[in-house]
Design a binder for this molecule. Structure first.
Ligand code: UD1
Length: 430
């Protein structure tokens, strides 16, 4: 079993290059199936989630050519099936983007229905509502969700909840429908905008992405393109909180500071100095951190994907902080892990009260999910003593070379793949 062993106590110092946004990449990879021409995607993060989605697409006949680690060419002219197996959906939930992409292009898609996951029940009723509004028939058969239509028509749709996934999925299908579709109460996340821009670069007519209302005039055909994915705001924010928690001085490079505003404001409230450049942000953390209150919200609010990284940082502030998780009902499990490192935390439903302590103590902890895993690494880097983070396959789903990047900032972190390697590393790093 792969784990990280971490020796805490070193402030992280230096510069770190941020990769392409994983969540944008997933939508863009899926949308590239909507043309028979070749699509070139640049700044693609080399993480497990994107690689599994590419595999799922190869499974239905898509040709995937790796140009280099972060560039891929995709050609979907030889697709022979519109059915994505459960195995892929089990590994990566966002395979469901192929529902919207295949429905738009082929008027038919069959994808295993995603279940709940560790952070919550995650229904997809809004995706289905959108497909139906476009005139598709949606049925469930032996655990598969089937969407089909002779013709996709335009619609005026109001989403009942702000959903990133539903916005992207329905936008993809509508991009190849008849007439003009209006979608209201949509998600405004930077990756929604990036996927809209990508589709537009293929000839789609999507306006308003990044606002509450998206207008889509359907086109019959999309063409090939070359497109570079935006930087990953969550990867960047993770390193920014790592700087804060370890009392370090870290500059994240290749970012869009505007996308990081909610994170930047919280870091300033904690007492960090934050300096913004054109495509970089520097976080300097000195002395005691101050407590605060934070509530996760859809963009432009504070991202739920940054809540665990913030939570571990608040656990070593001087004072009591309140964290309200309003997006996913089950996203506080990592707090039980940091309790084992000495954190003083109380959870009541969707509210966590975190009483800051002087320092965390190293312990054995479990990654639980992608962002919780990254947060526990931050906890380990800030803690006194040695921390072992188990189940790091979750972290590899969304962070490229995470341990390497942390080491380049002075963090002491090593990946070990056996009990013996763990013992050896313990002797080496203490
Ligand atoms: C995406 C991100 C994920 C991030 C989340 C919120 C990707 C691949 N994943 O997930 O990292 O944490 O946005 O920013 O981009 N909901 C419904 N019905 C639906 C769909 C969603 O009730 O049909 C609810 C969800 O349970 C949740 C809320 O809406 O409470 C937001 O979920 P959503 O924005 O859809 O998250 P994902 O797209 O799954």
């Amino acid at each position: 079993m792969d784990r990280y062993i971490i020796k805490g106590g070193n402030p992280l110092v230096g510069e770190v290059e941020i990769g392409g946004a994983k969540n944008a990449a997933l939508g863009i990879i899926a949308a590239s199936i909507m043309t028979d021409e070749t699509v070139t995607i640049e700044n693609l993060p080399d993480v497990n989630d994107t690689n599994v989605l590419l595999e799922a697409m190869q499974g239905i006949g898509v040709r995937v050519m790796r140009i280099d680690r972060h560039t891929v060419k995709i050609n979907a002219s030889s697709v022979f099936s519109h059915c994505i197996e459960y195995d892929y959906i089990r590994k990566i939930r966002a395979s469901y983007y192929l529902l919207g992409a295949l429905l738009g292009k082929y008027r038919h898609a069959e994808v295993a229905l995603p279940g709940g996951c560790k952070i919550g029940s995650r229904p997809i009723d809004q995706h289905i509502k959108g497909f139906k509004a476009l005139g598709a028939k949606v049925t469930l058969n032996h655990g598969n969700i089937i969407t089909e239509a002779d013709q996709l028509r335009s619609t005026h749709l109001y989403f009942d909840v702000v959903s990133v996934g539903a916005t992207i999925n329905v936008m993809m299908a509508a991009a190849m429908s008849e007439g003009t579709t209006i979608m209201e109460n949509v998600a405004k996340e930077p990756h929604v905008v990036d996927i809209a821009n990508f589709l537009n670069s293929m000839g789609a007519k999507i306006r308003g992405a990044g606002t509450n209302v998206i207008r889509i005039t359907g086109v019959r055909k999309l063409h090939g393109t070359t497109y570079s994915i935006i930087p990953d705001q969550i990867e960047a924010g993770t390193f920014m909180f790592a700087a804060a928690a370890t009392r370090g001085d870290v500059t994240v490079l290749n970012v869009i500071p505007k996308h990081l505003e909610a994170t930047i404001y919280k870091l300033i409230e904690l007492g960090c100095e934050v300096e913004e450049f054109d495509d970089a942000v520097r976080v300097v953390s000195k002395g005691n951190l101050k407590p605060t209150t934070v509530k996760t919200l859809p963009y432009t609010g504070f991202p739920t994907d940054m809540q665990p990284q913030m939570g571990v940082t608040l656990s070593i502030c001087s004072g009591t902080s309140i964290v309200i998780e309003s997006i996913f009902e089950n996203r506080f499990k990592y707090l039980d892990e940091i309790k084992r490192m000495g954190a003083d935390v109380q959870v009541d439903g969707t509210t966590a009260t975190i009483r800051g302590i002087d320092h965390l103590c190293g312990a054995n902890v479990n990654a639980l999910d992608l962002r919780a895993g990254a947060a526990l690494c931050i906890a380990g880097l800030a803690a006194e003593g040695t921390t072992v983070v188990d189940d790091i396959h979750y972290i590899k789903r969304g962070y490229e070379k995470f341990d390497e990047k942390l080491r380049s900032l002075g963090g002491i972190i090593e990946e070990v793949d056996s009990e013996r390697a763990l013992q050896k590393a313990r002797m080496r790093i203490g």
